[in-house]
Design a protein around this ligand. Structure first.
Ligand code: 13P
Ligand code: ZN
Length: 293
C-alpha cells in the first residue's frame, strides 16, 4: 500500500522526508490556491459579505495523495445526514462562519479537506479547520448538489453558493418563476442564452442550512447548473471554477442590467426570435419553452 508510512507527513499537510524533496504544503497546492482565489474574487465583487456563501470542490484522490496521507484522519465530523453515493470522495470546503475575506490569508483555518466515510455519515477531516471548525452549514445542499450534478455530468467538481447583490435585489422585484425570470435574464445580455441555455432553477424562500433545502436544490440541479434560492442567493455548479464562476457572474451581470433599467422606459429589446437565432447559431440546447412565440 502506497501511503502506509504516515510519518512521511505531518498533520499540517507537510510532506516529510528526502524522497519528497522540499516539504510540500497543502496550502501551496494548486487546488487550494485556485479555491481561495475564487473566494477572494467573490468577496471583492461584494457577493460574499462576512461568512455569506460557501464553496465545495471535489478533489481527485491522486491530487490529495500528493500532499496528505489519506490514512491520517485528524478527526471525524458527523454530517447529520447520509450521502453514501459520495463514500470515499474528497472535498475541499469552506468552513461554517468563516469570512470570505480571510480565506486566502489563512486557508488552513478557514477551509478543510474531508473524505466522506464509507457509510456516508461522516466527514473525515484530513486537513484544515485548524481552530476546531467545521464545514459550512450548507453542506447538505453542496453534497446533494454534487450527487445530482455528477448523475448528469460525471466531470462536475465545483458547487458554489453566494449572495450576489443584483441577483438578490432582482428577487424582490421580479416574479420568482423559472420561465419568467430566465427569459428576463436572457433578454438583458445578448450572450446569456448561450451561457446558460438551460435557464435558472428557482426555489421559493426556504429555511437555509437544512436537509430539506439541500434536497430541493439537488432536485433542481439535475436540470439546471444555476439555482436561485428565493430572497437568499444563488447556487452554481460546474466542471471547473471557471465554469461555475462564469455562470454566476453572467447571471449577476444580467440581473445588474435589469436593476439598472427596470424602472426606466425601455425603448429597445432583444426579441425572442433573436434569442432563438442565437441559440441555434451557437448550437446550444436551450429551454425552448422559456421563450414566447
Ligand atoms: P456558512 O457560514 O455556514 O457557510 O453559511 C453561510 C451562508 O451563506 C448560509 O446560507
Ligand atoms: Zn447563504
Amino acid at each position: 500500500m502506497l501511503y502506509q508510512e504516515t510519518k512521511k507527513y505531518d498533520l499540517t499537510g507537510f510532506r516529510r522526508g528526502s524522497e519528497a524533496g522540499a516539504p510540500q504544503s497543502v496550502a501551496q497546492s494548486a487546488f487550494v490556491k485556485e479555491f481561495v482565489q475564487m473566494t477572494s474574487n467573490m468577496y471583492r465583487l461584494g457577493w460574499d459579505e462576512r461568512n455569506g456563501g460557501n464553496l465545495s470542490y471535489l478533489l481527485k484522490e491522486e491530487e490529495v495523495a500528493q500532499y496528505l496521507d489519506p490514512d491520517c484522519v485528524i478527526r471525524k465530523i458527523s454530517l447529520g445526514f447520509r450521502v453514501p453515493e459520495l463514500a470515499g470522495k474528497f472535498f475541499l470546503v469552506t468552513g461554517t462562519q468563516k469570512y470570505f475575506r480571510n480565506m486566502e490569508s489563512d486557508p488552513e483555518t478557514n477551509t478543510g479537506i474531508i473524505r466522506i466515510s464509507a457509510d456516508g455519515s461522516e466527514g473525515e477531516l484530513l486537513w484544515g479547520f485548524r481552530d476546531g471548525g467545521k464545514p459550512t452549514s450548507e453542506l447538505p445542499a453542496h453534497l446533494m448538489s454534487h450527487i445530482a450534478r455528477l448523475s448528469v455530468d460525471p466531470d462536475n467538481r465545483v458547487v458554489l453558493h453566494s449572495h450576489p447583490t443584483n441577483i438578490l435585489a432582482m428577487n424582490f422585484v421580479h416574479k420568482l418563476d423559472e420561465k419568467a425570470f430566465t427569459r428576463t435574464l436572457w433578454k438583458m445580455c445578448t450572450e446569456c442564452i448561450v451561457v446558460f441555455p438551460e435557464g435558472v432553477g428557482i426555489l421559493p424562500w426556504m429555511l437555509c442550512g437544512t436537509e430539506s433545502i439541500g434536497e430541493a436544490t439537488a432536485q433542481k440541479m439535475k436540470s439546471f447548473r444555476v439555482v436561485i434560492w428565493g430572497m437568499h442567493g444563488v447556487y452554481g455548479a460546474g466542471k471547473t471554477f471557471d465554469e461555475a464562476f462564469g455562470l454566476v457572474e453572467t447571471v449577476e451581470k444580467a440581473a445588474q442590467i435589469y436593476m439598472l433599467t427596470a424602472h426606466l422606459q425601455q425603448i429597445n429589446t432583444i426579441e425572442d426570435r433573436q434569442m432563438r437565432e442565437l441559440a441555434e447559431f451557437f448550437g446550444v440546447k436551450y429551454r425552448k419553452d422559456f421563450l414566447e412565440d
